[in-house]
Structures are given as C-alpha cells and as structure tokens.
Design a protein around this ligand. Structure first.
Ligand code: ZN
Ligand code: ZN
Length: 144
C-alpha cells in the first residue's frame, strides 16, 4: 500500500502510482497540461485504451468511438511515468466530441500545471505537439 492517493479514484494506490500528464491546446491555442497520479486500475481504464500501435499507412481513428479522424482530430497528448518501465508518450487523435468528454474527466481528476502552460513563452512553448507531428511527416488538419 502506498500513502499517496490516486487522483482518478481517490483510493490509496496498491502499487507505485503512474504519474501522468495530459496536454492539449485550447480553442484559443494556449497549451494546457494537467497532472494526474493514477493507480494501476485507473491507468488501465483511462490511458491504456489510447495506447495502441497505429499502422504507418492506416488512417487515424478516434481511440474512443473509432470514427475516422485523419483529417480533423482534436489531439490529447499523454506522458506517463510507468514504474519499472519509464516514460511512455501517447498521442491520441480524438474526435471533437470524445476529446471534450475526455478532457472533462481530466479536469475533474488532475491538477492544472501552471508552470508549463506557456502562455507567456514558457519553456515548453516553442515546440508545439503539432510541430513534432509535422517533423515526423504527419500533417495536421488541412493547413499547409
Ligand atoms: Zn485510481
Ligand atoms: Zn470519438
């Protein structure tokens, strides 16, 4: 038993918790990041469904409702520190409705990280997740 409580279910964690950050861009394009401390059942329930291998030539699909989001996704970026594994980064191409639904859960169960919001040029504001995607050859939305 660990003293720390899971921010997902508010129970004390049975095993070392998974420190997980959820990040996305708001409608006004400001990046926000939220930190959760998740027990293993909460991690399995909320994060593992987002963590699947995409085939290189497959179209993107929403990890929640599985509709095609190739041309219009609303991404949520998840970074987890998994005990005895290390860092795991996930990019989830949600559809708009499922992204909104997922973000409500995050906002209710995680803590907003003020220091990395980057509204005024914080340390993480120069590299946008979209730019990372673009550098990997993935175009986002319809913009050239
Ligand atoms: Zn939990
Ligand atoms: Zn969806």
């Amino acid at each position: 038993m660990i003293l720390q409580r899971c921010t997902g279910c508010d129970k004390r964690c049975e095993t070392k918790p998974f420190s997980t950050t959820f990040a996305w861009r708001r409608a006004d394009l400001v990046r926000v990041a939220w930190r959760a401390i998740l027990c293993m059942p909460c991690y399995i329930a909320k994060v593992v469904p987002l963590d699947f291998d995409m085939l290189a030539d497959a179209r993107l699909t929403c990890p929640s409702c599985h509709i095609d989001t190739e041309d219009d996704f609303d991404a949520i970026y998840v970074t987890s520190f998994i005990p005895s594994y290390g860092k795991r980064q996930i990019q989830a191409p949600f559809c708009g409705a499922c992204a909104a639904h997922y973000r409500i859960w995050v906002q209710e169960h995680a803590v907003l990280l003020q220091d990395s919001v980057g509204a005024a040029g914080g340390p993480y504001s120069d590299v946008l997740p979209e730019e990372v995607l673009r550098s990997l050859g993935i175009t986002t939305g319809g913009a050239a």
